[in-house]
Design a protein around this ligand. Sequence first.
Ligand SMILES: NC(=O)c1ccc[n+]([C@@H]2O[C@H](COP(=O)([O-])OP(=O)(O)OC[C@H]3O[C@@H](n4cnc5c(N)ncnc54)[C@H](OP(=O)(O)O)[C@@H]3O)[C@@H](O)[C@H]2O)c1
Length: 246
Amino acid sequence: MLPPRSVLITGASRGLGLEFVKQFLQVPTPPEFLFATCRNPDNAKELQEVAKSNSSITIMKLDVSEMNTIEEAKKLVESKVGDGGLNLLINNAGINKRVTLDTVTPDMMLDTFNINVNGPLFTTKAFLPLLLKAAISSTPSNPSSAIVNMSSIMSSIARTVTSDAVEYRVSKSALNMLTKILHNELKDKGIHVGCLHPGWVQTDMGTAKAPVTVSQSVCGCIQVMSNMNAENACVLTDYTGNPLPW
Ligand SMILES: NC(=O)c1ccc[n+]([C@@H]2O[C@H](COP(=O)([O-])OP(=O)(O)OC[C@H]3O[C@@H](n4cnc5c(N)ncnc54)[C@H](OP(=O)(O)O)[C@@H]3O)[C@@H](O)[C@H]2O)c1
């Protein structure tokens, strides 16, 4: 896809989301508008520090489990991007409680589903009018609008050989299905919809034991996004560009 004029990232307070903000500032044609959303902007000290010296960044409250914050964020984005719309939505926010069949409860399942599946679904629905605006100027071979869902290799039914992280695996498999549904709905409207596995990454979620640094992961993810096209968009792809089985 084209270098995006505007990008919105959920869960930008830390981990991969924060690194996306940092690395989008470094690409050859940085976005004019970088919407860094998080559920507690006041606590996102590192993000605030990055934003101090970069006027393209707007920090906004957006809790993917609270519709009113999604709607408020949409209004603010709309007022800034105007007719250009929103080019790239990265549904990055996510949780992983790592529960087992012994410890899982109905509330844990619902909580994780709410953030990892309802979050991307209703964030996407809210921002769809703005993504469609950006897509109006696109052509099938040169789309200017995309939605990227941060999935995981742990979503892959074909690759699952253990029974850990029940709620996380189930929710990310559902996110893959959501990606396919959105792709089917939006492919003829100039919006690419894809899902990425960022690798096992050194974040709070990935822990220090992970082999991949946040910098390596996000650098790879941005590369994969920039190569997204109508054929390869709706494939579970890792941060090095390798396709993974669903
Ligand atoms: N790290 C890995 O190895 C790995 C591997 C595969 C996939 N992923 C996926 O990549 C994405 C980012 O992971 P990460 O490693 O950066 O995780 P992380 O370090 O745990 O950060 C998670 C982010 O999500 C935000 N978040 C949680 N609940 C939210 C909500 N209700 N509304 C808005 N934001 C919320 C957190 O905000 P707060 O600061 O407010 O808590 C934080 O910014 C996730 O979707 C994850 O499943 C990660």
